[in-house]
Ligand binder design. Structure first.
Ligand code: BGC
Length: 429
């Protein structure tokens, strides 16, 4: 392998999630959450970027830029708008979408659940309810049957750790907005069971398809004092889900930044689950979420750290640390970077982020870790959950008044790398 070359057959892609781009996902818990007074949502998702109708031209644009893979999600809230009622029109819609993606010579990677639930599932308690994993399994069965043999890569549940922590621990302003460690753990168990059932169902119906789960992972650092708390946060946020991926065909790693947890002295009792209550909640929340300011991408005067629009540390190389950790916990498991990206108004900064991230990833490949692909978040500027449309993660800009798409230099830059399967492409124009 030449110095900056990637392995043959490497997946080069971009990602989106239905609720963030489709528009009009009015049967979902997120839609209701965005409109409910008192939630932290900055604005409603509304018409999105109309990807529901424009997916064909969008896929053509992505293929034209040089990518070979497109990761997107199908929407449970559309497919099963009422309990047990499956909407054939919506199933046909996603069948056509998959066909359009394939026609453009893009490999479709389909996420079966990306954060949103149908309102009727949410009303029953969402991932806290005992029945939800079985209901999810039934939806997965109908969807995978409908998509037939057109999809070879499935992601079951996107970032279960973020769903449990963000919505049930109440840390990221996600629905249902419950609080506390008990809910956090209960939701985690439901999500893990949902994944297990979804994986078994896909394998039963499509033994040849590759099934995995996509994990939110951070590069973690701490001083000696913060280490027990850091390990606790990492275990609860990442490891328990990675362990549930032991039987998967691949593991999806999604990384945006590095998190630091420094404390003046070790708090040994933090590691004891029985005592893992509010102090940890407050600690973890202040360390991670407190930074999610949605502020300006400047060097933070408080600590001298360069930050992105999300308030995250600018740390593209974090992806190498997380891929190494995934490989350590799941040796020999094929790994796909299913998300990596930056929210910034400065597209030159995005190019820098991609370059540094890919260099670090290339080094990981050199260590023999089986990385199979790199999928950038995101194809388009889109709806960033509670933070709304102000966050600019896209390789492609969208004028939401006209829905006109304009590829940014970073789109051409990464597309050229994808086409060449080689990192030494430098001219983004
Ligand atoms: C999620 C995406 C989100 C992205 C950027 C990931 O946590 O899968 O839905 O937009 O990060 O914050």
């Amino acid at each position: 392998m030449a110095e900056l070359e990637f392995p043959a057959g490497f997946l080069w892609g971009t990602a989106t999630a239905a609720h963030q781009v489709e528009g009009g996902n009015s049967n979902s818990d997120w839609w209701a959450w965005e409109l409910r007074p008192g939630t932290p949502c900055k604005e409603p998702s509304g018409a999105g970027i109309d990807h529901y109708n424009r997916y064909g031209r969008d896929a053509e644009m992505l293929a034209g830029l040089g990518f070979n893979t497109y990761r997107f999600s199908v929407e449970w809230a559309r497919i099963e708008p009422r309990e047990g009622v499956f909407d054939e029109v919506q199933l046909e819609h996603y069948r056509r979408m998959v066909a359009a993606v394939r026609n453009c010579k893009l490999v479709p990677m389909v996420t079966l659940n990306h954060f949103t639930l149908p309102i009727w599932v949410a009303k029953q308690g969402g991932w806290l309810a005992e029945a939800t994993p079985a209901l999810f399994e039934r939806y997965v069965r109908r969807t995978v049957e409908a998509l037939d043999d057109a999809v070879d890569w499935y992601c079951t549940i996107n970032e279960p750790g973020v769903v449990a922590y963000g919505g049930y621990m109440g840390a990221l302003g996600f629905p249902p907005g419950t609080h506390g460690v008990a809910n956090w753990k209960r939701a985690a168990m439901g999500l893990i069971e949902g994944h297990r059932r979804a994986r078994a169902t896909v394998k039963e119906l499509r033994p040849g398809a590759r099934v995995g789960q996509t994990h939110s992972m951070q590069e973690w650092e701490s001083n000696a004092g913060g280490r027990p708390a850091m390990e606790y946060a990492r275990r609860m946020g990442e490891d328990i889900y990675l362990e549930a991926s032991k039987e998967d065909d691949f593991v999806g790693v999604q990384t945006y930044t590095r998190a630091r947890l420094d404390l003046p002295r070790p708090i040994g009792w933090l590691t004891k689950a029985a005592l893992a209550v509010d102090p940890i909640e407050k600690l973890v929340v202040s360390q991670t979420v407190g930074r999610q300011t949605g502020g300006d991408p400047t060097v933070d005067a408080r600590d001298g750290i360069r930050r992105t629009q999300m308030g995250y540390e600018f740390r593209p190389q974090a992806v190498a640390a997380t891929v190494r950790r995934a490989a350590e916990l799941l040796p020999d498991k094929p790994i796909v970077v299913t998300e990596h990206g930056i929210a910034t108004a400065d597209d030159g900064e995005r190019i820098e982020f991609i370059t540094e991230g890919l260099k670090a990833l290339h080094a990981v490949l050199g260590e023999g870790i089986p990385v199979r692909g790199y999928i950038h978040w995101s194809a388009f500027d889109n709806f960033e959950w509670a933070l709304g449309y102000a966050m600019q993660f896209g390789l492609i800009a969208v004028d939401r008044a006209t829905q006109e798409r304009t590829p940014k230099p970073s789109a051409r830059f990464l597309g050229a790398i994808a086409r060449a399967n080689y990192l030494g492409v430098t001219d983004p124009t």
